[in-house]
Design a protein around this ligand. Structure first.
Ligand code: SF4
Ligand code: SF4
Length: 54
């Protein structure tokens, strides 16, 4: 399961559009991960702010 650093997040929501499993949902402007995450890493590659880690 990935972790999102809300302080670093730019709220661009690029991670939500690349997630293949629908594991990221926007809540109050910030992406939130749910249990559909397979740790594929696509959101980590897509994040311009390095706000996502495993
Ligand atoms: S891609 Fe990165 S900066 Fe953009 S919303 Fe997702 S976590 Fe935040
Ligand atoms: S690691 Fe993959 S499955 Fe998990 S939230 Fe990121 S893009 Fe979605």
């Amino acid at each position: 399961m990935i972790k999102i650093d809300e302080d670093t997040c730019l709220r661009c929501l690029a991670c939500i559009s690349v997630c293949p499993t629908g594991a990221l949902e926007e809540k109050d402007g910030v992406p939130v991960v749910n249990d559909k995450c397979t740790d594929c890493g696509k959101c980590i590659e897509a994040c311009p702010a390095d706000a996502i880690s495993k």
